[in-house]
Design a protein around this ligand. Structure first.
Ligand code: NAD
Ligand code: TYD
Length: 352
C-alpha cells in the first residue's frame, strides 16, 4: 500500500462520498473509515464499496484518546481526513454539550494521537480538518462574501464548536509543527444526507404528504454545493493544498430558503407525475430557529485561482439528480425513518 489514510465520519453524509471517491480512485491507498455510528452514521451509505480490498471499517469514538492511539499504531496512518462531527444546528441548540465533546474534544484527541504517532517526522504526513462556513457567522443580504480572512464570529453551539476545533487544529501546527490544512465549506446537498437537514427532510415529507416547516419567513440565504463537488475539492486539497493554509469551498450558489423549497416542491411533483402546484400547500411557516444566521455566502476564488477547482454541476442539474436519488432509493430513507438501520449496523461492530 502506498499510503494509509484515516477518514473519520466516513459513515455520514459527506464522509461516505469522500470514502467512495478515495477507495475507487486510489486502489493503492488503504482507506480506514473510523466512525462511531451515531444516529447520523449509516454503513448502508457505503454498501457499494464495502467489499473493496483497500477499504477497512473501524467502529470507534474520536473522543477516546486511547482508542485513537491504538488506531494510529495498528494501521500506521500517515494521512487524516477528519469529518467526524455532530453536524446539525437544531440538535446543537437542544444539546450543546455533545457538540463540545465530539467536535472540540474529539478533534483534540485525534490531533494528539496523530502528533504522538508521527512524533516530529512530518514527511509525507497530513492532517486535513473539514470545517464549515458557519464559523464566520452571518452576512447581511448585501454583505459580500466570507473569505479565508473573515473574522470568526460563530453564533450557534454547532458553529462555536467547529470554530473551536479549527483553532485547535491551527494551534497544533503553530505549537508543535503538525502539518495541517483546513477547509471551510458551504451547505452541501446530494444523496445520503440524513433526513433532518432541509433538502432530504422536505423531499421525504412531500412524498408522505406531511407539512414542510419553513423557519421564520423563509428569507434566510444558504449557499449550496453538490456533495460530490465537495469530495473532489477535498481530494485536490488533501494532495495539493499547502500546509497550514485555509481554503474556502463553495459554489457561488445562493438561495433564499423559500425559493429553494419551491424548487424542491416543483421538482418532486414533476418527477412523481403530480399536477403542478400539488404540494405547494404543504409549505408551512413555523417559529424561527433561535439565533438563525441570516445569510451564508462563500468566496472560493482562492481555491479556484491556486488549485484550479470549480464546481462541476449546475444547481438545476444537481437538485434534479438529488430529488431523483431520494425518490429512487426509498428503502434507504424508510430504514432511517423507521429506525431499523441503527440496530442493524451497531450490532455488527464492537468498539475499538
Ligand atoms: P453527518 O452528521 O452526516 O456525519 C457525521 C458522521 O460522524 C456520522 O457518520 C457519525 O456517526 C460520525 N461521528 C459523530 N460523532 C462521532 C464520534 N464521536 N466519533 C466518531 N465518529 C463520529 O455530517 P456531514 O454533514 O457529513 O458533515 C461531515 C463534516 O463536514 C462535519 O465535520 C461537518 O461539520 C462538515 N461540514 C458539513 C457541511 C454540510 O452541509 N453537511 C458543510 C460544511 C462542513
Ligand atoms: P439545514 O439543512 O439544517 O442546514 P444549516 O442549518 O447548517 O444551514 O438548514 C438549511 C436552512 O433551512 C437553514 O436556514 C434552516 C432552514 N430550515 C428550515 O427552514 N426548516 C427545516 O425544517 C430545516 C431542517 C431547516
Amino acid at each position: 500500500m502506498k499510503r494509509t489514510i484515516l477518514i473519520t465520519g466516513g459513515a455520514g453524509f459527506i464522509g461516505s462520498h469522500v470514502v467512495r471517491l478515495f477507495v475507487t480512485k486510489y486502489p493503492d491507498y488503504r482507506i480506514v473509515n473510523l466512525d462511531k455510528l451515531t444516529y447520523a452514521g449509516n454503513l448502508a451509505n457505503l454498501r457499494d464499496i464495502e467489499e473493496r480490498p483497500n477499504y477497512t471499517f473501524v467502529r470507534g469514538d474520536i473522543c477516546d484518546l486511547e482508542a485513537m492511539r491504538e488506531l494510529f499504531r495498528r494501521y500506521d496512518i500517515d494521512g487524516v481526513i477528519h469529518l467526524a462531527a455532530e453536524s446539525h444546528v437544531d440538535r446543537s441548540i437542544k444539546d450543546p454539550f455533545t457538540f463540545a465533546r465530539t467536535n472540540v474534544l474529539g478533534t483534540l484527541s485525534l490531533l494528539q494521537a496523530a502528533r504522538e504517532h508521527w512524533n516530529g517526522d512530518w514527511e509525507g504526513k497530513r492532517f486535513y480538518h473539514i470545517s464549515t462556513d458557519e464559523v464566520y457567522g452571518a452576512l447581511e443580504m448585501d454583505g459580500g462574501f466570507f473569505t479565508e480572512t473573515t473574522r470568526y464570529d460563530p453564533h450557534s453551539p454547532y458553529s462555536a464548536s467547529k470554530a473551536s476545533s479549527d483553532h485547535f487544529v491551527r494551534a497544533f501546527h503553530d505549537t508543535y509543527g503538525l502539518p495541517v490544512v483546513v477547509t471551510n465549506c458551504s451547505n452541501n446537498y446530494g444523496p445520503y444526507q440524513f433526513p433532518e437537514k432541509l433538502i432530504p427532510l422536505f423531499i421525504n415529507n412531500i412524498r408522505h404528504r406531511k407539512p414542510l416547516p419553513v423557519y421564520g419567513k423563509g428569507e434566510n440565504v444558504r449557499d449550496w454545493l453538490y456533495v460530490e463537488d465537495h469530495a473532489r475539492a477535498i481530494d485536490l486539497i488533501f494532495h495539493k493544498g499547502k500546509t497550514a493554509e485555509t481554503y474556502n469551498i463553495g459554489g457561488f450558489n445562493e438561495w433564499r430558503n423559500i425559493d429553494l423549497v419551491r424548487v424542491i416542491v416543483r421538482t418532486v411533483d414533476r418527477l412523481l407525475g403530480n399536477p403542478e402546484g400539488t404540494s405547494e400547500k404543504l409549505i408551512t411557516f413555523v417559529t424561527d430557529r433561535a439565533g438563525h444566521d441570516l445569510r451564508y455566502a462563500i468566496d472560493s476564488s482562492k481555491l479556484k485561482n491556486e488549485l484550479g477547482w470549480e464546481p462541476s454541476l449546475q444547481f438545476e442539474e444537481g437538485i434534479e439528480k438529488t430529488v431523483r436519488w431520494y425518490l429512487d432509493n426509498q428503502p434507504w430513507m424508510d430504514s432511517i425513518t423507521s429506525g431499523e438501520y441503527e440496530d442493524y449496523y451497531r450490532k455488527m461492530y464492537e468498539f475499538l
